[in-house]
Design a protein around this ligand. Structure first.
Ligand code: TMP
Ligand code: MG
Length: 292
């Protein structure tokens, strides 16, 4: 497969069953772009984990670290991150064990954010000042999908208003994109008053929150899937797709690499170790979309 998709030889690529991964990629090509859809996580999957030697912010942390949050609020939000993030990525706890703790984390963060004076009009500026970056190669990724009419479903436990703004500012918010995420609800003065339900956290990214959206039903002929994620919770994002024939799961392993590699290799067809680019995904897509 390496000569057809040269990026699969990149130093970051880890694959437990290369033959199996190659067979899936070949099937995706055989089925062609009219059968394909992409389901992707946002934070730390389409956005970068590291940039300029520092951690990049998630969509929540863009808000938490911003100047519109009081100093005390910022400290409380940071404390929550330091307490709950190690739990989120702990390879020794099951998703079932993590679920209630994630609900607790998200609920406490949303509660704190609502207590701040966050204005709808401030979001664009907050994003601009945040230092967030999409992964290298993002333009080719978003543009290729759009040009070939491949639907891109972004399923995010982050903040929808913030991630949409990031994609908009990068000039790649094309018509083929659909987002399901946690969206803010503003009062008549444009001030944040609550988050719209249902709450999406890292470990309920599945049918339980997609019911009623009908998105996948409309796409029932798109039986080939490329799934991109960075968390073990992202693996269930395609569960609502009715007739999956081929699914290629690509996982970014950003943090605690040694401890988590085994589980990632078992779960993802392709694991990208500390890879801040979309090069491998772009290479696979180019191969699938090229008519030869
Ligand atoms: P997602 O990448 O699965 O969509 O989830 C969002 C990420 O945001 C998840 O990895 C946890 C992280 N997060 C923060 O960084 N700060 C927060 O306050 C919260 C609630 C989540
Ligand atoms: Mg993520």
């Amino acid at each position: 497969m390496g000569f057809r998709v040269p990026e699969l030889r990149n130093a970051s690529v880890r694959i437990q069953h290369p033959e199996r991964a190659a067979a899936i990629i070949r099937s995706l090509k055989e089925q062609g772009p009219s059968k394909l859809q992409v389901i992707s996580d946002f934070d730390m999957t389409l956005s970068r984990f590291w940039c300029h030697g520092r951690r990049c912010p998630t969509s929540h942390n863009i808000l938490s670290d911003s100047r519109v949050i009081s100093e005390d609020g910022r400290k409380q939000l940071k404390d929550l991150l330091h307490y709950y993030y190690p739990i989120e990525i702990d390879p020794n706890r099951t998703p079932e064990e993590k679920q209630p703790l994630m609900v607790e984390w998200w609920s406490r963060v949303h509660e704190l954010l609502v207590q701040q004076n966050i204005h709808k009009e401030d979001i664009a500026q907050i994003v601009r000042e945040s230092g967030v970056m999409l992964r290298d190669g993002f333009k080719e990724w978003f543009d290729q999908l759009h040009e070939h009419n491949v639907p891109l479903f972004i399923f995010s436990a982050g903040v929808g208003d913030v991630l949409e703004e990031i994609i908009r500012q990068a000039n790649v918010f094309h018509a083929n994109i659909n987002v399901v995420s946690n969206y803010m609800d503003f009062d008549e003065n444009g001030v944040l008053r609550c988050f719209k339900g249902p709450l999406i956290h890292t470990y309920n990214k599945n049918n339980s929150v997609l019911q009623g959206t009908e998105y996948f039903q409309q796409l029932s002929t798109r039986t080939s899937i490329i799934l991109l994620g960075d968390s073990m919770g992202d693996l269930t994002m395609a569960d609502g797709v009715p007739n999956v024939e081929n699914i290629l799961k690509i996982g970014f392993l950003n943090d605690k690499v040694e401890e988590r590699m085994g589980k990632y290799l078992d779960a993802y067809d392709i694991v990208l170790e500390r890879d801040e680019t979309l090069d491998v995904a772009n290479g696979i897509l180019r191969y699938i979309l090229t008519e030869t």
